[in-house]
Design a protein around this ligand. Structure first.
Ligand code: MN
Length: 347
């Protein structure tokens, strides 16, 4: 299921090169931060952060550990995108930016990679020409991670991938309280008759009974819709709406209180479309909308999730061809870091 490490496999070396490699010690063992049984990041006091394999936060690969509590997994797929594509390059782009993440998270007063065994499970091998096959591969891949004992922290990919992740989560947890951060509702029905796209995952999830419809939220909604009817339709799928403007009108504290009340006592899955942030903070995405959240507002809301039963998360729609100076990837990797910290504190 895990075809290759993020740094790539051995490739097609000639037999001569293989023979040399087998008789020559190429490198010393990689110095990692080890705490008890936990294998952590490559030690930045010994190896500069710009060197070495680009696993997420320079954490170990899943095949380097016997068990894991949290697994980062890439889903390089963007055939569900309705406008600008490119999110297939998101996972590797976020991993490259994540090299700067350090061991201690002061915002949550925690060392996430000591509290839990966090690993990089590499990328799922998805068929870019076959959405139905991709949905099946994602569902079985996430199921495999859950059976391994690891909560999934997914790097997308376009938002289509949230549906099969929720199918897998539902098999383990039952109906899920989804907190969906996005400029868009993503509860549209079809595009040109196609039911599985990045604009439809939460309508499909509701239809399939995957959601706890008393406990879901959209956060950050804004921008033009096809019709006012979109909001009427959306209201039938179990999502309470917190608009982007509410961050001005209500303030972050009141929004956090509303969110925590909505999901209290439920298994919570968080899905973050980076376009929930303003294009100033996340330009590298497929369908940007003006008037979004700052990365500071979003991080603050995310950090309050330690008061919930967080069972997994994804960050989707990072599209490197539209990114500049890693702005979007930096926001994405910091969001993942705080989500991982939140899950690690619960281990
Ligand atoms: Mn979306």
């Amino acid at each position: 299921m895990w075809p290759a490490s993020p740094s790539g496999g051995a490739g097609h070396a000639s037999s001569l090169l293989e023979a040399k490699a087998s008789t020559r010690k190429m490198t010393k063992p990689i110095p990692r931060i080890i705490t008890g049984d936990t294998l952590g990041q490559v030690d930045a006091s010994q190896v500069p952060r710009f060197a070495g394999a680009p696993t997420f936060a320079r954490l170990p690969r899943i095949d380097e550990v016997k068990s894991a509590d949290i697994a980062i997994v890439g889903m390089p797929f963007d055939a569900g995108a309705s406008f600008r594509s490119g999110a297939r390059f998101g996972p590797s782009h976020i991993r490259e930016a994540s090299r700067l993440l350090r061991p201690y998270n002061p915002a949550q007063d925690a060392y996430p990679f000591e509290l839990a065994q966090v690993v990089d499970a590499g990328d799922l091998n998805l068929n870019t020409y076959d959405i139905l096959e991709t949905l099946e591969t994602i569902e079985s891949g996430v199921t495999e991670l859950l059976n391994f004992g690891a909560k999934p922290m997914t790097l997308g990919g376009d938002h289509t991938i949230a549906l099969p992740i929720l199918r897998a989560m539902h098999k383990k947890y039952g109906p899920i309280a989804v907190i969906h951060f996005d400029a868009h509702l993503d509860t549209w029905d079809t595009y040109y008759g196609a039911p599985y796209t990045h604009g439809t995952p939460f309508r499909r999830a509701a239809e399939e009974g995957l959601l706890d419809q008393t406990s879901c939220l959209h956060v950050g909604i804004r921008g033009p819709l096809y019709s006012k009817q979109d909001l009427t339709d959306d209201a039938t799928f179990g999502f309470q709406i917190i608009r982007s403007e509410d961050f001005d009108d209500l303030g972050t504290e009141a929004i956090i209180a509303k969110m925590l009340k909505r999901v209290a006592g439920k298994p919570v899955y968080v899905s973050i479309d980076v376009d929930v942030m303003d294009p100033a903070f996340a330009p590298g995405t497929g369908t940007p909308e003006a008037g979004g959240l700052t990365s500071r507002e979003l991080l603050r809301v995310i950090r309050a999730l330690d008061k919930t039963n967080l069972i997994g998360a994804d960050i989707v729609e990072v599209s490197p061809p539209y990114d500049h100076a890693q702005i979007t990837a930096l926001a994405a990797c910091h969001l993942a870091y705080d989500l991982i910290t939140t899950m690690a504190k619960a281990v």
